[in-house]
Design a protein around this ligand. Structure first.
Ligand SMILES: *Cc1c(COP(=O)(O)O)cnc(C)c1O
Length: 331
């Protein structure tokens, strides 16, 4: 495998299971639907960031850092999994979170505190704008922080999803199943870039469809351009000179609703349908929105009943317990 020369620290339970969703297919009168259960990676309630952290945490240990520092929104799943990974290997964890401290922590934030993370609140900056300033403060105090970018989405983190593609390929071969498309939530880009590099290096014939969760605020570079850049640097890290271009990335932007973390009918009905047809929980911010996108694509006839679609469940369920993402309809 192309990533075996990189240090990797085991943090979760892999391979994650693949399950079939026959009742959902039936309700939709749609394609065969499989689900890759990365909500079950096992690291403090799981999620897709565990895959990136196996490579990032190994590098932090390799560099003899004494703490990790990362950033996200106040209900960040990435921050919660980073806090758990740090605790597991005996490193301190500093989290740079957007917003202001609430009276009472809930959801992922409650778990961040439980996992012993030290939290730095940064108001409207929820994407790590203050990471380097806080890293400098820690260095001035004699600490050696390992800085993990927003979402863990640098080349080393994305390698986790190259490895994920290899894992999936083995599972599908063992099941004698081929998949026409993979649908997943796409936000900071490491998941989509890594899957795309994996697909390319492993020569897997499948369409990757990212459902955009968050608008790109960096106007200079489109999201697809950012993905291309990240994929190219990820391939380079794996000693491949393959170049990626924006046209290599299919990103659906029709499901952003009122914006990041704003729960609407799309997410609510997807969460309810999955819970009641299959007993599976998806989250209000990421996997619920991505599932809402998949349901819409199926209803629009994007896939025929002879095809097989795999939904990559990236986790996020702790946010179900955050009242800010109320699933109750408000008028
Ligand atoms: C971070 C996250 C994603 C998106 O992954 P990216 O690599 O940031 O694009 C999707 N779902 C959940 C639950 C996440 O926490």
């Amino acid at each position: 495998m192309p990533f075996h020369h990189l240090p990797r620290r085991s943090l979760g339970f892999f391979p994650t299971p693949i399950v079939e969703l026959p009742r959902l297919s039936q309700v939709l009168d749609g394609p065969r639907i499989l689900m890759k259960r990365d909500d079950q990676t096992g690291l403090a309630l799981g999620g897709n960031k565990t895959r990136k952290l196996e490579f990032l945490i190994a590098e932090a240990l390799h560099q003899h850092c004494d703490c990790v520092l990362t950033a996200g929104a106040s209900q960040s799943n990435h921050c919660r999994q980073t806090a758990a990974a740090a605790a597991m290997v005996g490193l301190d964890c500093h989290l740079v979170l957007g917003g202001t401290p609430p009276d009472r922590a809930n959801g992922n934030l409650l778990l961040d505190e439980l996992l012993g993370a030290q939290i730095h609140w940064t108001g409207t900056n929820r994407k790590g704008e203050q990471l380097s300033a806080i890293a400098s403060q820690l260095q001035a105090q004699g600490r050696h922080p390992y800085v993990i970018p927003y979402g863990g989405s640098n080349a080393l983190g994305a390698v986790g999803f190259v490895a994920a593609m290899a894992e999936l390929q083995q599972q599908l071969q063992a099941m004698s199943v081929s998949v026409d498309a993979i649908v997943f939530a796409s936000s900071s880009g490491g998941t989509q870039a890594g899957l795309t590099v994996g697909k390319s290096l492993l020569a897997i014939d499948v369409e990757l469809i990212g459902i955009r969760i968050d608008k790109a605020e960096d106007q200079q570079l489109s999201y697809q351009d950012q993905l291309a850049e990240l994929a190219t640097t990820t391939a380079k890290l794996l000693q491949s000179d393959r170049q990626f271009h924006s046209a290599d990335f299919r990103v659906e932007t029709a499901y952003l609703g009122a914006g990041y973390g704003r729960v609407g009918d799309l997410e609510r009905s997807a969460i309810n349908l999955l819970a009641q047809s299959e007993g599976i929980l998806v989250d209000p911010v990421y996997s619920g929105r991505a599932m809402g996108g998949l349901l819409d694509l199926i209803r629009k006839g994007q896939f025929n009943p002879q095809q097989t679609v795999l939904f990559w469940h990236t986790g996020g369920q702790p946010a179900l317990f955050a009242p800010q993402f109320s699933l109750q309809e408000t008028s």
